[in-house]
Design a protein around this ligand. Sequence first.
Ligand code: GAL
Length: 928
Amino acid sequence: MDNGYLTDFARPAGTLPPRAVLSTDAPVLRLDGSWRFRLSPAIAQAPEGFWRPEFDDSAWTNLDVPSSWPMHGHGKPAYTNRVYPFPIDPPYVPTENPTGDHRLRFTVPESWAGARAVLRFDGVDSCGRVWLNGTELGVTQGSRLPAEFDVSGVLRPGANVLAVRVHQWSAGSYLEDQDMWWLPGIFRSVSLAQRPAGGLDDVFVHADYDHVTGGGALRVDAPPGAVFSAPALGLHEVAADQTHHLAAVRPWSPEDPALYTVEVATAAETGSLRVGFRTVAIVDGLLTVNGRRIEFHGVNRHEFHPDLGRVVPQEVVRAELELMKRHHINAIRTSHYPPAPGVLDLCDELGFWVIDECDLETHGFLSTGWRGNPSDDPRWRDAYLDRMSRMVERDKNHPSVIMWSLGNESHTGANLAAMASWARSRDDSRPIHYEGDRACEYVDVYSRMYASHAECAAIGRASGPPFILCEYAHAMGNGPGGLAEYQQIFETYPRCQGGFIWEWIDHGIRSGDQFAYGGDFGEPVHDGNFVIDGLVFPDRTPSPAMAELAAVYAPVRIGFGAGRITVANRYTYRDLSHVTLTWTLSTPDAEPASGRAAAPPVAPGESGQISLPDFPDVSGEAWLTVVAADPDGLVLGAGQAAVGAAPRAAGASRLPGRRRADGHLLLGPAVFEPVYGRLVRLGDLALDGPRLHVWRAPTDNDRLGFHGELMRDWREAGLHRLQERLDGIEADDEGLTVLSRYAPAGTDLALRTTVRWHAGEDGLSAEVRVVPEGAWTVTLPRIGVRLALPGSLSEVEWFGRGPGEAYPDSRAAVLVGRYRSTVDELQTPYVYPQENGHRADVRLLELRGGGGLRVTGAPTFGFTARRCTDEDLDMAVRRTEIPERDRIHLNLDLAQRGLGSASCGPGVLPRYEVPVREYSFGFTLSAL
Ligand code: GAL
């Protein structure tokens, strides 16, 4: 058999011209379900003649279609980011080319006799050769794009046999080097549709909105003679090919995704569409929709499921898009291929701006210095144009799609320019995006990925086409930090029209009770956990970054000043009539007052003020919190102001320290051991500490810096292995003093530490002073102390920021209040173990369980508490490797480094670093 199609520069064969997805009254047969399947390691080992109807497949196995076959025990998933997992020798592919033969017997009703019909594949990865009843129909290429074959005359009433041979590798694989798992299979639906003569093979709806008059214009390109009806618009069987002007329509936007049902009909077929009116335009250098500048609060969405691979059931998609909406995400870039068709239906319905991206990435050619890159090689031109036309034709009727993207990371070249010009000629209503065309020679927006804050601001100050960040704020592991600072830039410079966080989901494959990443399937080349870089965990549970982005993207912003509350409306189109404000006064012990107020009438982009509510005087610390919510209780924004006195420092009465006969030192209820001078008992409580602590289990952003090897420098400086030396311990009439020197072996660097202990009514207080010695060249992960506590103290309560974790550059979501949790619940289950769970600006912390410990700050501190040490967490590369120790390890931090997003992008802004310098801080401990 001739396998030449595998190397034919990714050109499909025998497929029909592309057209829109359309639901009509013509009969459709879904062929999804259980198929027969056999996997062969190479084509030469695949069974001969398997396409013949009479072929005996009884020895084969069953496999569901749609599916990614490696997710079902056939072969293995493999992860690479950029590197091709095969030699670069286009258009050739390896001999070792996993080949999945699929067969389906199905029955066609008598009523289909003689009907014209098409067979449709919504997605086959990477290439499929198709036979029906022994007749070869052709070859699909372009994994994430539909392919249709005419089966008229081949399909017959009664029994039919469909055979599809799918290859993991084909020439198309060179065009599909996206950063994701390689997962072959028929991973989207397969269906058969009757195509009545004179039916609606294709329609193209044009629904424009005139923001000046509030009117709409509706036209449908359809076969000659077609009519359409839109009862809600008062249109009944009007000529499709004429523009119908409507005096008033409700425009479509993510804030109000108003859809109208439009029925298009010919004598032979009636189709139904949901239409949204909107007009996209670039006006004076700004991207506008319906006359207003828009701002993307977006995410990059890959199609991924931890058990099913590239198959994402529609109910899962709906739930995830609803989750996005609840977090004020208003835009999706379909990185880096068109999604399953049903995703865009939901985007229309729920309301998202969509950048629909073509199935194209040749990033692996970076390794050859882009030599041989298909983007500029005429032999690949047909494939580029084929892919673009299949996306545009399929998705052209979606109001949510407001830009076409040519693809991702394919450098530049004539084939990309050709895609853009074809798309413009076919659809002049949508601008073109492609990040690789930095000079904007053939695209309409200037798009970048991972530009730093400073560079974005500089772009904002310069003039040019609208600027967007198609990727920013790399959400790998604990992070991203710096989101609020990007948002500030979008709000300062009109040209900076927002961006898309990289990325929505961690692509971890479920494996027992944890998630696998690159290398876990024995791949010889892979990129480790770089595929675990989402805002939600693989099972779609939100990571803490979701709370952060919800606060940063919040449509209502609450501020305080001059005795008033400021309410800013950050919507593009909506007023605040649906918003209610709730205020609460809280102190460390109680919530003495609360109330409600209506939001002031504020137009989009404007702000208004209301007076502060009347609340009782409180002594000591108190906070006024104002929360804006919609009628369903969804939080649309929140703000907080301190309205009482600052927290009080520890009390003044002092007890003398003394030395016991065994050398231990005593101070009030406290006992200190004589070797390191550590506190070992406080009343009935056994503890061990405090010890100076500067280490944290590196985050992915600490580990994988694009800009300098932060973690390597930390390890070279020995921050993870400070040795502790006791230089003196003295008791006097007012307490104890412990002098220590913490220093890494093999260096003359040190942190000299003095702890002055006092015991009084308020408990045992420590004043810590840290003085560096030597020529330090690194900044610190953190500065603070750590203590080991009995493992029973697992109930945690604090007054400080919460409820979630917070770091200096990721703290928009946390408000000061009283929170409860447990040590176990304080941990965030990042797939790759790393620093997590830090609670910030804490004034009061209590750990209880068979006794208890209270810590108060002077004035505040951050804390983490876990059943392992930071060194344990540092060593683990999988969650199951994190040990559970007998004791709870409590860190009290004066400062911790921010998160940044250096795993792919800029690091921590300088103001969120922890320099080596003198530090003084204090805290008070009491046994409960
Ligand atoms: C970008 C790329 C994405 C992803 C990201 C890193 O360069 O477009 O697909 O690889 O980096 O996670």
